[in-house]
Design a protein around this ligand. Structure first.
Ligand SMILES: C[S@@+](CC[C@H](N)C(=O)[O-])C[C@H]1O[C@@H](n2cnc3c(N)ncnc32)[C@H](O)[C@@H]1O
Length: 431
């Protein structure tokens, strides 16, 4: 995957459909880059400062692993990680991520892998909680600070390290995982779940039997069976939403619809009680169709909507949105596989094995897994703590582009060398 000879064979799928604004932003990044190639731009310097050169809304996804607090000296001015207190460290990471957020497109995301450490020695003299032997909980302090700074934290992925270094401590367990946070800028964002789905554990017919013992054809017979299936955690984990039943996927917000119905009823001079009588439904239920508050508003069901339309002389503005999509209500697993879940094993091997002197290289498999879900075809991936460029080489291998920042120019140069196309003949694909 990480073999750059493969890159040459990958179509740069979306290049031709990029808007002029996006193309201009990419050109602007390249103009400011210290080192650049066709599909990568690397900026030397402190992340917060260097990212100011990257235009707003120009990056599709970010994947990064900053220096962990109090672990390693990168021997560079302005480096992050050697702050006296966790609080100062958290503040600096939040500062970098404020820039990351600015540079992301509105539907962009960021993956943040960050490790923990124990408080000991001189550091045990901080505020009350900073006692000797205390787990500092750095990743969670950072995640909470990022939430407070406007990010949406969507997942704490457990990166399980099957080959984690055993601990010599006799009074606690070996640390065999690290968190990888999935952060979003807004509620709606690009996420290609299909790209990371995994095979189902059971065949469809087994699922059906489990859900509906005694029903030969696996179809719901009545509301109770349907509800039982839809509410089961197994269903929620495996099924493709509610496609197989009747639903209105594009229905407007209940409050919006209620305001519309209320105005129509007033216009027509019809009271809610009269509507309830005509519908032959309890007033207590019907009044919710006319409540414009978020807690009380309810959308009328399918049959009721049809009656309301003629009763209140509704126009056709919501016809399409209220149209019901009918599936076959046969229970089945999602055709593209199961959601992989938020615990993922990636062994600590296979980073840039030739990454001279750089000891904190991200496993390429971890980077590939993240970027397959969050990097749109031809999109731009940012890593503000680029190191020797694992995230960049994976982004390129997936047909995307890479933007990297690092305080160590030698790391960036080393990464750029790896990105250059190999001489022809090496690593050619066989058919
Ligand atoms: C954990 S390493 C990243 C490794 C990278 N994921 C890889 O696979 O090569 C952290 C990197 O952050 C860089 N760094 C430290 N402080 C920085 C700062 N203030 N701005 C930008 N980069 C910094 C270090 O030089 C180091 O390369």
């Amino acid at each position: 995957m990480n073999n750059l000879t493969d890159v040459q064979h990958l179509a740069f799928a979306q290049e031709s459909v990029e808007s002029k604004e996006q193309a201009d932003r990419w050109a602007q990044i390249k103009r400011k880059a210290t080192i650049k190639g066709d599909r990568f731009a690397l900026l030397h310097g402190d992340a917060t400062t260097a990212l100011k050169k990257v235009p707003d809304g120009s990056i599709h996804t970010c994947l990064t692993s900053p220096p962990y607090w109090s672990v390693r000296d990168y021997e560079a001015d302005e480096q992050i990680g050697l702050e006296d207190s966790v609080e100062e460290y958290v503040e600096r990471i939040v500062g970098v991520f404020r820039q990351v957020k600015r540079t992301l497109t509105d539907n962009g995301t960021a993956w943040l892998n960050i490790g923990d450490c124990y408080i000991n020695g001189a550091k045990a003299n901080g505020p009350k909680w900073q006692r000797n032997k205390q787990l500092a909980l750095v990743p969670f302090r950072v995640a909470i600070a990022l939430e407070n700074d406007g990010w949406l934290v969507r997942n704490t992925v457990v990166w399980h390290k099957p080959n984690a270094m055993p601990s010599s401590a006799g009074d606690r367990l070996t640390n065999a995982w690290e968190p990888v946070f999935l952060l979003a800028k807004h509620e709606r964002y690009y996420f290609n779940l299909d790209a990371v789905r995994v095979p189902h554990k059971t065949e469809d017919h087994v699922e059906r039997r489990r859900a509906l013992e005694g029903t030969a054809d696996g179809k719901a017979k009545g509301q109770d069976e349907l509800r039982r299936w839809l509410n089961s955690p197994r269903h929620r984990a495996t099924i493709d939403g509610l496609k197989e039943v009747r639903r209105r996927p594009n229905a407007p917000l209940a409050t919006e619809l209620a305001a519309y119905l209320r105005a129509a009823a007033e216009q027509k001079g019809v009271s809610i009680k009269a509507v309830a009588r005509t519908l032959d439904q309890p007033f207590e239920r019907v009044r919710h169709y006319f409540r414009v508050d978020e807690i009380g508003a309810r959308r009328p069901p399918e049959e009721t909507w049809t009656t309301l339309k003629s009763l209140l002389d509704l126009d056709d503005r919501y016809d399409e949105a209220m149209a019901v999509e009918v599936g076959d209500n046969v229970f089945r697993n999602h055709p593209n596989g199961r959601n992989p879940g938020d615990v993922q094993p990636f062994s600590l091997t296979g980073g840039a094995s030739d990454a001279k002197g750089h000891f904190a290289v991200m496993p390429p498999n971890l980077a590939t897994w993240c970027l397959r879900a969050s990097l749109p075809p031809g999109g731009i991936c940012l890593d503000p703590f680029f190191g020797v460029g694992t995230t960049g080489s994976v982004a390129l291998a997936l047909g995307g582009r890479a933007v990297g920042v690092d305080v160590r120019e030698d790391y960036l140069r080393f990464a750029a060398e790896r990105f250059q196309p190999q001489p022809s003949g090496r690593g050619k694909r066989t058919k």
